[in-house]
Design a protein around this ligand. Structure first.
Ligand SMILES: Cc1cc2nc3c(=O)[nH]c(=O)nc-3n(C[C@H](O)[C@H](O)[C@H](O)COP(=O)(O)OP(=O)(O)OC[C@H]3O[C@@H](n4cnc5c(N)ncnc54)[C@H](O)[C@@H]3O)c2cc1C
Ligand code: SF4
Length: 258
């Protein structure tokens, strides 16, 4: 792991200013960043600890909408009674992610920002070709072992999947990512590899996620999350779906399905 400077930000503004520095990376729960630094994928010049910023862990949920702070822990959101009641698929997606220890450390912002689990991406010593790590270097997965890779949304540059569970439910229910100066639909925040596999998220230097917002709806209230994986716990999805349904008054006719 390369040496880096450590900077603790106590406000969103301080974090934004520091995040604009060359080679700066934000640290929230650390469950992804530390892994990526250890395997040589992330080489931050400065690590900006945002975990102490007050107010960013708020969870504010009504039937009309949920506003979840970027520093809210996955386990707190999953266990929130209002989230369970108005957005069950969101709670279920979080419960089925990672392990209890990780969910207690990991944050909602960090969860959205996690990187692909492509094993070639995470092994720079043995697999130098990876367009996501090093644009133009090629793709070690194409022609390699691809059991965990994508079948849809691939490109000639990259066939990796996005591994997170929460984002699937957020896309289904039209959630937005709040970046402070601008808000983006979650589905627009995530970028398909195309010719620029190195860009996985539409986030700019100096920006950070402050919250996610999910509009309430009848479909979100009657929703569930299905995750198919090699084992029932502590495993990424082979495939997953968030599904929500709104019925007419007769209880049989579908008005809206996600
Ligand atoms: C063994 C293992 C199994 C896992 N299984 C699953 C799983 O089944 N499903 C699943 O969904 N996830 C899974 N994960 C991923 C886990 O959910 C993420 O590691 C976690 O959510 C990241 O959150 P964090 O707060 O620890 O992020 P950090 O590690 O602190 O940060 C991760 C990245 O996000 C950036 N970042 C953090 N906060 C912000 C912010 N507010 N704005 C902008 N950028 C930010 C950081 O700079 C960094 O690049 C697993 C992880 C591990 C290690
Ligand atoms: S699939 Fe994408 S992340 Fe994996 S080796 Fe190829 S370019 Fe890199």
């Amino acid at each position: 792991m390369r040496d880096f400077s450590y900077l603790r930000a106590d406000s969103v503004e301080a974090a934004r200013n520091a995040a604009a520095l060359p080679g700066a990376m934000l640290l929230a729960g650390g469950t992804t960043l530390i892994d990526l630094a250890k395997c040589g994928v992330a080489e931050p010049a400065t690590v900006i600890d945002i975990s102490h910023i007050e107010g960013l862990n708020a969870i504010d949920v009504t039937a009309d909408r949920a506003v979840i702070g970027a520093l809210a822990k996955m386990s707190h959101v999953a266990d929130n009674a209002e989230v369970k009641s108005h957005f069950p698929a969101v709670s279920e997606a979080l419960w089925q992610a990672a392990s209890a220890q990780l969910r207690n450390m990991a944050t909602i912002g960090g969860n959205l920002m996690q990187r692909t689990r492509c094993p070639y991406f995470r092994d720079p010593q043995n697999f130098p070709a990876c367009n996501k790590r090093e644009p133009g270097s090629g793709c070690s997965a194409i022609g390699g072992v691809t059991r965990g890779h994508a079948v849809l949304g691939t490109s000639e540059a990259c066939i990796a999947t996005y591994p997170g569970d929460l984002a699937i439910a957020l896309v289904a229910f039209d959630a937005e990512v709040d970046l402070g100066e601008r808000k983006l639909k979650v589905e627009d925040f995530f970028l398909a590899p195309g010719a620029t596999a190195e860009r996985e998220h539409d986030i700019r230097p100096g920006e950070l996620i402050t919250a996610i917002e999910i509009p309430g709806s009848a479909a979100a209230r009657r929703s569930t999350y299905l995750k198919v994986r090699d084992r029932q716990s502590y495993e990424f999805a082979a495939a997953s779906a968030a599904v929500g349904l709104e019925l007419e008054g007769d209880g049989r006719t579908i008005r809206d399905i996600r």
